[in-house]
Design a protein around this ligand. Structure first.
Ligand code: MTE
Length: 316
């Protein structure tokens, strides 16, 4: 079912020229000069990137060591972003008209500082980090991606969530004119996702604005998307326009679409098969032989305690 919504853009949310110019400044400030992600900018590739380099990016100690990076070309041409079509090559082919700037994020719900923030203001107080993460899709393939982003928890704290805030809900932009997939009822639009508050505040959870040292390409969720490395990739909601603190578990797009196959938690768990296939193994894109899938995608040491005492067969 497609949800038809009236246009609900308030005048206060339309980014004026001065904000637009500030974004240019922001990009200039973080520009090539300080591309601290040694070696990444020079990687040979067949696919053109966004061309906008992100500077002053610090390497994070929370990166997964010893992993070979998936080539830029694979990360940006083998995508799931149903707003641009359901085939893997559709997002790269169909997202050219999408305009990720100017961009606003609305923050609301159970917090003391709700508001509408230009992306620059939302991001700027935080230092950009490069986080190399293993990513595991529910379709049993995986990649290793050098994200550029900021810890979600640091961002959320600024809005002062109150004692009723138990979850965080995220919403993707609704723009059927620019997102041809939204004109078809393949999912209920807009795409929504959510995390429990402690998952959202966990240091491994980031908001990404780039990869391989460059501004995120549209097909990967420009200008702002979620990355939660111990959960199946569909938790990583793209092109976020709304963040809401809630007291109740929020709905999630794939759970609405098929609750038997996709739960709220969506933790990578090789012991819980997808109803139609095993989750025991995965194919790393670019490799021939399958490898064993690790509990919590290999991040168990850091995150298993979040789920102590929970039945992870039931809470899939
Ligand atoms: N976010 C939105 N808005 N729409 C989507 O269709 N697909 C999800 C997730 N985020 C999706 C989304 C799925 S199924 C996956 S596997 C990841 O994005 C893929 O991210 P990537 O294409 O950057 O690898």
């Amino acid at each position: 079912m497609i949800i038809k919504r009236p246009p609900d853009i308030k005048a206060s949310e339309i980014t004026d020229k001065s904000l637009y110019l500030r974004r240019r400044e922001f990009l200039r400030d973080t520009a090539l000069a300080g591309l601290a992600v040694a070696g990444l900018g020079a990687s040979a590739r067949a696919v053109a990137g966004t061309g906008e380099k992100l500077g002053n990016v610090k390497k994070s100690l929370l990166s997964s060591p010893g992993e070979e990076l998936t080539p830029y070309e694979d990360i940006t041409t083998y995508n799931n972003f149903y707003e641009f079509g359901t085939n893997k090559e559709d997002p790269a082919a169909n997202s050219g008209k999408f305009k990720p700037q100017p961009w606003n994020v609305r923050v609301g719900g159970e917090c003391n500082k709700p508001g509408s923030y230009a992306l620059e203001d939302f991001i700027k107080p935080h230092a950009l980090e490069e986080r190399i993460y293993r990513m595991r899709c529910v379709e049993a393939w995986s990649m290793v991606i050098p994200w550029v982003g900021i810890p979600l928890g640091d961002v959320l704290k600024r809005f002062e969530p109150n004692g009723n805030a138990k979850y965080v809900a995220f919403t993707t932009v609704m723009r059927p004119n620019e997102m041809p997939g939204q004109r078809r009822a393949v999912l209920e639009w807009p795409y929504v996702e959510g995390l429990r508050m402690d998952e959202a505040m966990h240091p491994l959870t980031i908001l990404s604005i780039g990869l391989y040292g460059e501004v995120l390409p549209n097909q990967n969720g420009a200008p702002l998307r979620l990355v939660v490395p111990w959960k199946y990739g569909f938790k990583g909601i793209k092109s976020i326009v709304k963040v809401e603190f809630t007291s109740r578990q929020p709905p999630t797009a794939w759970n609405i679409s098929n609750s038997r196959e996709y739960g709220f938690y969506s933790n990578v768990n090789p012991q819980v098969d997808h109803p139609r296939w095993s989750q025991g193994k995965e194919r790393r894109i670019g490799e021939f032989l399958k490898r064993k899938t690790l509990m919590f995608n290999g991040y168990a040491d850091q995150v298993a305690s979040l789920y102590a005492g929970m039945d992870l067969q039931k809470n899939y």
